[in-house]
Structure formats: C-alpha cells, structure tokens
Design a protein. Structure first.
Length: 420
C-alpha cells in the first residue's frame, strides 16, 4: 500500500497534487510520502511483534536525514555500511546501541569511529577484519561486540548484482570458517562474538530462500551450543522484495508466519535490516517532458531526469512504472522514456504504453524511494535533484536542489595552470 494515487485525473501524494509540487520546486524532484514510509515500518514491526525484534532500517536505501529521523522517531535502529552512514545515523539522532555495521571493507578509521560511538555491533565479514577490529579495540582499551556474517550459500532468485548469500559472492564467511573463528574466539580478547548475521540478497519476493538460510544458520547455532559456544543475536538482514511491476512479493505477515517459528526456536534476539521494503514505494521521481522525438523506428519521450538521478534501469535493467501526473489524454502510445544523458543506457522505460505526451507534461517514475537518490550522481555535471517530504497537505524540502557552485566547490585549479 502506498499514498500515491489518482484523484480524478490528477496524481496525488497523500493530500497534495504532485503537479503543484513539480511547478513549485522544479524537476527532477523526489517526492516522498511520510505516511507510507512509517506505515511500511509499522507493518513489519507489527508482523514480528511477538518477538519484538530490533528493526534496523538499512540507511543505504535512502539516507536522507529526514527519512532517517522519521524512522528513528518511531523506534527504528539503523544498519550502516560506512563512516558516512555512521555520521548520518548519529546526526539523525539514532541511539548508538541501535546501530549495526556491515561492509566487507571497513577501514581502520571507520572502525575506530564506530567503536568510539559505542554502536551495538559490527557484522564481521572476514577473519582479517576480525583481527583488525580486535587490534583497534585493544588500542582503545575497549571490548566490542561483533556478529559473524555468515554466507549460507543459498540462491535468493534475484538479480545477480544484488545476490549476496552465494558462496561465490564476496560477502560473509562460510560455516566451516565461521566455526573455526568462534572456536578460536579467545584469541580476540577485545571482541565479544555474540551473534550471527545473514543477508542473502535484495528484492527477494519469496520466503523459501530465507527459510533455507535461517534453517542452515539455526542448525549451526545448535552445533555451536553443543561445543559450549553461546550466542545472543541473530540478524537476518534485509532483502524483502516490493512491487515494481507484476511481482507478488510476500507480505510482512506472510513472511513472518513462515519464519517466526524458526526464529523462536533459535532462542536468540532477532534483528532485521530492511531497506527497500520500507522506503521503496514511499517515493517517486517526478520529471518533466522536455521533447518528443519520433524516429523511423521509435518514439522517444525525452525527460529532464536522467540515469544520474535514478540508475536502477541502466544498472539492472530494473522495471519502474511510469505514470503521467495528469492522465486525461486519451489513447495510449508506445514509447521509450529516456533522459538527457549521453549514454544509451539512460532510460526509464522501454516500449511502454503511455498516454500521448507533449512538452511540459509531467511523469512520475514510481517505486523510486529506495536506491534512487542514494545512488544518484553528478554525471554529466548534472545537479542532484531536490527531495520533498509530504505529510498530508504539507510539503517540506528535505534536500535542496544542488547549485552549479556545488558542482565545483571541492575542485581547485593548481597555481601552475592559473596563468592563461
Ligand atoms: N543489510 C545488508 C547487509 C545489505 O547489504 C542490504 C542491502 C540491506 C540490509 C538492505 O537490503 P534491502 O532490504 O533494501 O533489500 N542497489 C540495489 C540494491 C542493493 C542492496 C545492497 N544491500 C537496487 O537498487 O536494487
């Protein structure tokens, strides 16, 4: 469920006509629905209420401070993957004891900052990283908590670029080596290995891969118990799929019904790390039609947003619904919706049936709340879009559109080049 709907011919976010926002704030424009965001978080929390898990929203999906604060305010923890995300998490007011930190390549500086900030735990992705965390924690005279990220070797049936739990992926540690690390845990006196973490991929629409991964991991927990190794946490990661097109993903309730019995059996405290499930359908990218171009083979609708604003179609050939903000235009036509960037991969939709568009019309690229703005760039020296949060009949700018000055602010022409 989301709060983007037609009322008559006009497309609304909550109680505001999106076209008004496009005119007021300009395009390309990210528009988020506060109520949708919160509703998705609460749906998940409600589905799992019997075990009261810590739900750590995955910051990478959409890291705007207002989005983070909205979720932190209703009890979310945060899942981070970099020093920058730690900075944002703290700035958004997240209690450090609700922050978990994954990533295969944490630097010494990032590790030190996270230790000093007293985060809940690190999700450790290799033996070398464990040694490093132990060394840095020792230097700081601290004992820190860590969970071993397990690579359970399961097939999540999603795009190969967002598959993370197969043994050929760079993520996590296989059961055998994880067992070794736990047996040798006393060699790391500054790290308390207190949990396991799995994250098998993203945009997963079925429960089976989770069931398989959790079952394997719980069997491992049982085997460890027999060896006298007791753990406290099981972090089952994120990855819950959403509807972009014709998908029929599991609902939070159905997902919980499938895995709750397994989680209860583990007797461990549970952590979830959803990103897309919470933010994906809470945002759209609004764009203006710049030109209509007819070629001998095709019709192109050239819009003012590009792959620098939303890279998912270019990177994964991902499907995003594209809807007109005003749908009162009769017969449908087949067209490609493309951006202004100098690459053929710069498209939002191919061979899509849309009402006849003309210059100055607006389109909404749907399901752009997750991995939209957070993956955007300045490619082609394009200023990154503005972001607006809608709360019923109010719209608040939560990130200003970048200026041309922003583009060059960090750059310097060295003195030896300065005489022209
Ligand atoms: N936890 C960890 C350790 C992760 O690596 C991720 C996402 C998540 C949680 C959240 O996953 P989610 O619930 O959002 O599926 N850019 C890609 C998705 C990359 C996901 C990376 N890791 C896309 O646009 O589809």
């Amino acid at each position: 469920m989301h709060e983007f709907k037609y009322k008559g011919n006009q497309f609304y976010c909550e109680k505001i006509k999106i076209e008004e926002l496009a005119v007021r704030f300009g395009t390309p424009l990210y528009v988020y629905s506060y109520h949708t965001l919160v509703d998705h978080f609460l749906k998940l929390r409600n589905a799992f209420r019997s075990i009261k898990p810590l739900i750590c929203y995955s910051v990478k999906a959409n890291s705007n401070l207002a989005i983070l604060r909205a979720l932190v305010n209703i009890g979310a923890g945060l899942d981070i993957v970099s020093g920058g995300e730690l900075y944002r998490a703290l700035k958004a007011g997240c209690p450090p004891q609700k922050i978990v930190y994954a990533s295969v390549g944490k630097t010494d500086k990032e590790i030190e900052e996270a230790i000093r900030s007293k985060i809940l735990f690190f999700n450790v992705e290799s033996a070398a990283e464990l040694e490093n965390i132990n060394r840095i924690a020792g230097r700081l005279n601290r004992v820190v908590q860590a969970a071993i990220r397990i690579n359970p070797d399961v097939e999540p049936k999603t795009h190969k670029y967002i598959t993370t739990g197969k043994i050929t992926n760079k993520f996590g540690i296989d059961f055998k080596n994880a067992g070794q690390m736990l047996l040798l845990r006393r060699a790391f006196p500054n790290v308390r290995l207190s949990g396991l973490h799995i994250h098998i991929g993203s945009q997963i629409t079925e429960s089976e891969p989770y069931v398989a991964a959790i079952n394997k991991t719980i069997a491992f927990v049982g085997a460890l118990r027999k060896k006298g190794i007791k753990l406290e946490y099981l972090n089952i990661g994120g990855g819950l799929g959403i509807i972009y097109n014709q998908e029929t993903p599991q609902t939070a309730e159905r997902f919980a019904a499938k895995i709750l019995p397994l989680l209860r059996k583990s007797g461990l405290k549970i952590i979830l790390e959803p990103g897309r499930f919470i933010a994906g359908n809470a945002g759209v990218l609004v764009t203006r039609v710049q030109y209509i171009k007819n070629t001998p083979k095709k019709k192109f609708i050239i819009v003012d947003a590009g792959m620098n604003d939303l890279i998912r179609p270019a990177l994964y050939e991902a499907y995003h619904q594209v809807l007109p903000l005003n749908k009162s235009r009769g017969a449908l036509e087949c067209a490609d919706v493309v951006g202004p960037i100098c690459e053929s991969g710069d498209f939002f939709a191919k061979e899509r049936k849309l009402p006849k568009m003309k210059e100055g019309d607006y389109l909404a690229v749907m399901s752009a709340g997750a991995y939209g703005f957070s993956m955007s760039s300045n490619y082609n020296s394009r200023r990154r879009a503005a972001e607006v949060m809608v709360l019923e009949d109010r719209a608040i700018v939560i990130r200003k559109r970048e200026t041309y000055e922003d583009l060059t602010e960090k750059e310097t022409i060295p003195p030896f080049l300065s005489s022209i």
